[in-house]
Design a protein around this ligand. Structure first.
Ligand code: ZN
Length: 274
């Protein structure tokens, strides 16, 4: 009990820091605290429970076109190999949800990544898709999903949910992710870290690391017009500050890569439009 208390205190202390120089340290502390409170195994179980709930209650439908699914998994797997350097042992599961009207993607504990066909259609090129997948993978490697759920629902509720003892919590989580509920609230620090990690992962395999930037800018331009379908934007506000930070991070760290892959995404979008 004492240990858990001190971990909770470390976590809340860590979340309280706002100075820039402590950023890296702060994130590491948060990650460690999250890993002490929720084990990899519990994360995996929780991810499985949420998946079941998404399928049964939220009635998500997976895309059946094997060509598109294979395409998304191939693009993702290159990114995820990079992500595994930051966090070993994650068994990634990439799912494509058949919903062309929703621009969304999210990650849950346990390495489950979900991307909507609406997001594929909204992307201009493969580097943008890779940027989003890299960002979501960053939430897993940074243990943000576990941290955010812990803060939102409480540690005990999560552990019980993972064990299948608390159906209510899992239902709430699933509704928040896929339905009209409140999505997972990541801290701004977590969002920034996921942006940075995503840029690293994409650049490392040759993609233009500005894919996420151009995707944000395009969504920002559309904001207001189609806000009902822009679910990703509600949890990922494409502020000028965000774009500026990401551009600065890419320049400072000399992240290179020029592959856009618009020609590879185009036929995939064509298939989705049929
Ligand atoms: Zn995010």
């Amino acid at each position: 009990m004492k240990r858990i208390l001190s971990v909770v205190m470390t976590l809340s202390l860590a979340m309280g820091f706002t100075t820039g120089c402590a950023a890296v340290k702060r994130l590491n502390v948060g990650r460690t605290a999250a890993s002490l409170l929720i084990s990899d195994e519990q994360e995996e179980q929780l991810g499985r429970q949420v998946k079941q709930e998404l399928e049964q209650k939220e009635k998500i439908k997976y895309l059946e076109d094997p060509v598109v699914v294979e395409y998304v998994r191939t693009v993702s797997s290159r990114i995820l190999q990079q992500a595994n350097r930051d966090r070993q042992g994650v068994k990634w599961k990439v799912n494509v949800i058949d919903d062309p009207k929703t621009v969304n993607a999210f990650a849950t504990p346990g390495g489950y990544l979900y991307v909507y066909t609406g997001l594929l259609l909204a992307a201009e090129n493969e580097a943008e898709l890779a940027g989003v997948m890299g960002h979501e993978a960053g939430h897993v490697t940074g243990r943000h999903s576990a941290q955010a759920m812990m803060l939102q629902y409480g540690e005990q509720a999560l552990i019980e949910a993972a064990l299948g003892k608390s159906k209510g919590t899992v239902t709430q989580i699933a509704a928040g992710l896929a339905g009209n509920g409140v999505g997972l609230a990541f801290s701004r620090g977590n969002e920034t870290e996921a942006d940075d990690l995503g840029a690293n992962y994409t650049s490392a395999v040759g993609y233009d690391p500005r894919g996420l930037v151009t995707f944000f800018q395009k969504l920002a331009a559309k904001e207001g017009k189609t806000s009902a379908v822009m679910k990703w934007l509600s949890t990922h506000p494409p502020s000028a500050e965000r774009v500026q930070h990401l551009n600065g991070y890419i320049a400072e760290n000399r992240l290179s890569g020029s592959d856009l892959g618009a020609d590879r995404l185009a036929p995939i979008k064509q298939r989705l439009k049929k």
